[in-house]
Design a protein around this ligand. Structure first.
Ligand code: ATP
Length: 379
């Protein structure tokens, strides 16, 4: 799979731009703030319907414009070539077209393009909050199994409803409105089951994903750090998970049981304390956790290993994803930079951004575009 063309209208800094792409390596080179990342962000957005830089769509639309359009043309391994067009409408529903036909919901484009993006922000996968690692897992889940976007949305909706109910119940109790508090508790039972249903689906697929990812991360870490260290991943759940408890039904029962156990705690705090939204993936190096212990270089190796493992996993289960390396080479020391370049060079399509040409390792020589003053010109 590779991207053959990108067209942007009012996306980030671009009023309008068209770029024709080829397989192999393509570097976007230009001074800071000229719009290199904006180009690859648009491609990654087509694959994930999310940005690696912002949590909502508004900043993706050019300041002063009402909507942005991202058109990505894809040469696909299995299907005929595809044109995916996304209309980003902050504050209103986004729209999507595939081969010029509207699709009912934008999330139906998930799975048509698969990308793995490496960026300086990836260091937060190792050093940052659990939410970073949950996002990593869920984004990968969705790339592998697009219907998980619906499950995640469903879970978030349940969580929002349940939290609002817990807050109302907390207030009713504080104000001694006992009949209101009782009614809310009865409604809460329904939302407990909803949480267990959607939560168990998410938890089960995360656990399956982690099983597949574990050996790949370990060997990718070996490759990046040249055999120094033993990278491990452990799922840390907000519920006690016994070995062998992996089916949706078993996990739903465990979640429901824990929700009942923590009822008082949840009512006291007015927030859902049990479920995959509270989970984490503990990254370990040897016997120590990476967070708080790993050196800067080791943390980078771990972050790169997570991305390389994602790439291997996606490649193994359904066609090679497009690799995007956004500004990473300037961040890495020479040895990691060379290793990464060697490891990604054979990929079908690699898109690299760099402030200066010298930041792009020689192994990754290929097509080059100069980016500046709102233009993207083939060098
Ligand atoms: N919604 C928007 N509307 C208008 N301009 C925007 C918008 N979002 C970002 N920009 C502009 O885009 C530019 C940043 O683009 P981008 O992040 O792609 O730069 P870059 O070339 O990758 O730079 P660097 O090398 O520093 O990473 C900034 O000048 C920023 O002001």
């Amino acid at each position: 799979m590779f991207v053959t063309a990108l067209g942007l209208l009012d996306f980030r800094s671009y009023p309008q731009v068209e770029v024709q792409l080829t397989p192999g390596v393509t570097a976007f080179v230009g001074p800071n703030g000229q719009g290199k990342t904006n180009l690859v962000e648009a491609i990654h957005y087509t694959a994930t319907l999310g940005s690696h830089r912002v949590a909502n769509d508004a900043p993706l639309v050019r300041a002063g414009a009402a909507r942005a359009i991202v058109r990505t043309e894809i040469h696909s391994d299995h299907d005929r070539d595809l044109v995916v067009e996304l209309e980003i409408n902050p504050g209103r529903a986004n729209r999507a077209r595939v081969n010029r036909s509207p699709v009912p919901r934008p999330r139906e484009v998930l799975g048509l393009l698969r990308t793995v993006l490496f960026a300086p922000e990836d260091l937060a996968l190792v050093k940052g909050d659990p939410s970073e690692r949950r996002r990593f897992l869920d984004e990968l889940l969705t790339l592998r199994t697009p219907r998980m976007a619906g499950v995640r949305q469903d879970y978030d909706r349940v969580l929002k409803q349940r939290n609002s109910l817990l807050r109302s119940a907390q207030q009713a109790r504080r104000q001694n409105r006992s009949s209101a508090a009782e009614a809310q508790l009865r409604t809460l039972e329904v939302w407990d089951s909803n949480l267990a249903r959607a939560g168990s689906e998410l938890l089960a697929t995360r656990l399956e994903l982690l099983e597949s990812l574990r050996p790949l991360v370990s060997s990718a870490y070996d490759a990046v750090a040249r055999g120094k260290g033993d990278a491990r991943l452990e799922y840390k759940s907000s519920v006690p998970l016994e070995p062998g408890v992996t089916s949706r039904e078993q996990l739903a029962a465990v979640l429901l049981d824990e929700v009942h156990q923590r009822r008082q705690d949840e009512l006291d705090r007015g927030v859902s304390l049990v479920g995959p939204h509270r989970d984490d993936v503990v990254l370990g190096l040897g016997d120590l956790p990476a967070k708080g212990y790993a050196s800067h270089g080791e943390s980078w190796s771990f972050a790169l290993a997570l991305r390389l493992a994602s790439y291997e996993l996606l490649k193994a289960d359904g066609g090679e994803p497009v690799l995007i390396l956004d500004d990473v080479f300037a961040e890495l020391d020479t040895s990691r930079r060379d290793r990464l370049a060697e490891l990604v060079a054979p990929a079908e399509q690699v898109l690299v951004t760099a402030a200066v040409g010298a930041d792009v390792p020689l192994e990754l020589s290929g097509a080059r575009f100069d980016v500046g003053d709102g233009t993207v010109l083939r060098a």
